[in-house]
Design a protein around this ligand. Structure first.
Ligand code: NAD
Ligand code: LMR
Length: 342
């Protein structure tokens, strides 16, 4: 009788779990670089989404095992693996959202720009395949340096004649996740309530949390403002140093990227109230690309939210002006990379 009651309980739990995870939509998501430090936990989190019916995992190596492992989770999506250049096209056909965490991570002492030489080529090659196989997909670029890899992606898509600026995103969600966490800790707030827009770019001083625009509205002393801003700007380095040569943020990044994927899918599915920060083509700051809050819809970006940039504090306004030359140079470096290719 005891065994039977355990069996019934297990069956009920399983049903409850499956009930929550009944498919609610049937989108296809492809992760390029899926066997990596970010790719694996990101794939797991996407596998949990009730909005996903197919999850395609692509990497140059080691992806078969990741896919086999994930495929045993009793959630709706079907997981398929794709290895190497010859299978790249198939991994992309019919996909709605492509997430790109392929590339090398930092080690202590490096800047994100030090990754440019390797990652620029990786992103260029992968985005060429995206252009050829799923030009309508939302493209989420995680590979660093984001400030340059997004302009690279844009130029590749332009060369292929399929650039839609409303569907190309540099993923800066981790900056928002960090800002929300650090502010809630510092101010003793419930995490769930805190939302800090982060604008600019995704490297050092180009990461600009707009603390004065935090929701709920709270005040910061000048010292708190400075401390929090610097911590958010250096949070990536904090993790790189703690990992001491074993890479950079992977778990918090996977969490953040999964949130951005879920938001994109909700927008594609017709939710009219989806807002996220992302590094996108923009006219908000006299730069070709700029991270800000954007409103997402079925066709990608529906609006850039300019109101966050109005009424900044003196500290934020100064930081905004200071970041522009560095961000501009990183953007131009990415654009030039594509144009100097033979
Ligand atoms: P990782 O080395 O653990 O994984 C990278 C994966 O990419 C590996 O599995 C590798 O085989 C794969 N890969 C390499 N070349 C490829 C190619 N041509 N096609 C497909 N896959 C390829 O690194 P990680 O920790 O997962 O980090 C990946 C990237 O994400 C780094 O560039 C890192 O700087 C960046 N990153 C960005 C953010 C952000 O906020 N945007 C946060 C963290 C890390
Ligand atoms: C991060 O912000 O954690 C990533 O951009 C990785 C890095 O190199 O810091």
């Amino acid at each position: 009788a005891l065994r039977q009651s355990f069996a019934q309980k297990a069956q009920k739990q399983n049903q409850n779990y499956q009930y929550q995870l009944q498919p609610q939509a049937s989108y296809k998501v492809t992760v390029l670089g899926a066997a990596g430090g970010i790719g694996q936990p990101l794939a797991l989190l996407i596998k949990m989404s009730p909005l996903v019916s197919a999850l395609h995992l692509y990497d140059i190596a080691n992806v078969k095992g990741v896919a086999a492992d994930l495929s045993h989770c009793n959630t709706p999506s079907q997981v398929l693996d794709f290895t190497g250049a010859s299978e790249l096209a198939d991994s992309l056909k019919g996909t709605n959202v492509v997430v790109i965490p392929a590339g090398v991570p930092r080690k202590p002492g490096m800047t994100r720009d030090d990754l440019f030489n390797i990652n620029a080529n990786i992103v260029k090659t992968l985005v060429e395949a995206v252009a050829d196989n799923c030009p309508d997909a939302f493209i989420h670029i995680i590979s660093n340096p984001v400030n340059s890899t997004v302009p690279i992606a844009a130029e590749v898509l332009k060369q292929k004649g399929v650039y839609d600026p409303k569907k190309l995103f540099g993923v800066t969600t981790l900056d928002v996740v960090r800002a929300n966490t650090f502010v809630a800790q510092k101010k003793n707030l419930k995490l769930i309530d805190v939302d800090v827009p982060v604008v600019g770019g995704h490297a050092g001083i180009t990461i600009l949390p707009l603390l004065s625009k935090t929701k709920p509205s709270i005040s910061f002393t000048d010292e708190e403002m400075e401390q929090l801003t610097v911590r958010i700007q250096n949070a990536g380095t904090e993790v790189v140093e703690a990992k001491a040569g074993a890479g950079s943020a992977t778990l918090s990044m996977a969490y953040a990227a999964a949130r951005f994927v879920e938001s994109s899918l909700r927008a594609l599915d017709g939710d009219g109230d989806v807002y996220e920060c992302a590094f996108v083509q923009s006219d908000l700051a006299d730069l070709p690309f700029f991270a800000s809050r954007v409103k997402l819809g079925k066709k990608g970006i529906e609006a850039l939210i300019s109101s966050d940039l109005q009424g900044l504090t003196e500290y934020e306004q100064k930081a905004l002006e200071t970041l522009k030359p560095e961000l501009k140079a990183s953007i131009e470096k990415g654009i030039a990379f594509v144009h100097k290719q033979p």
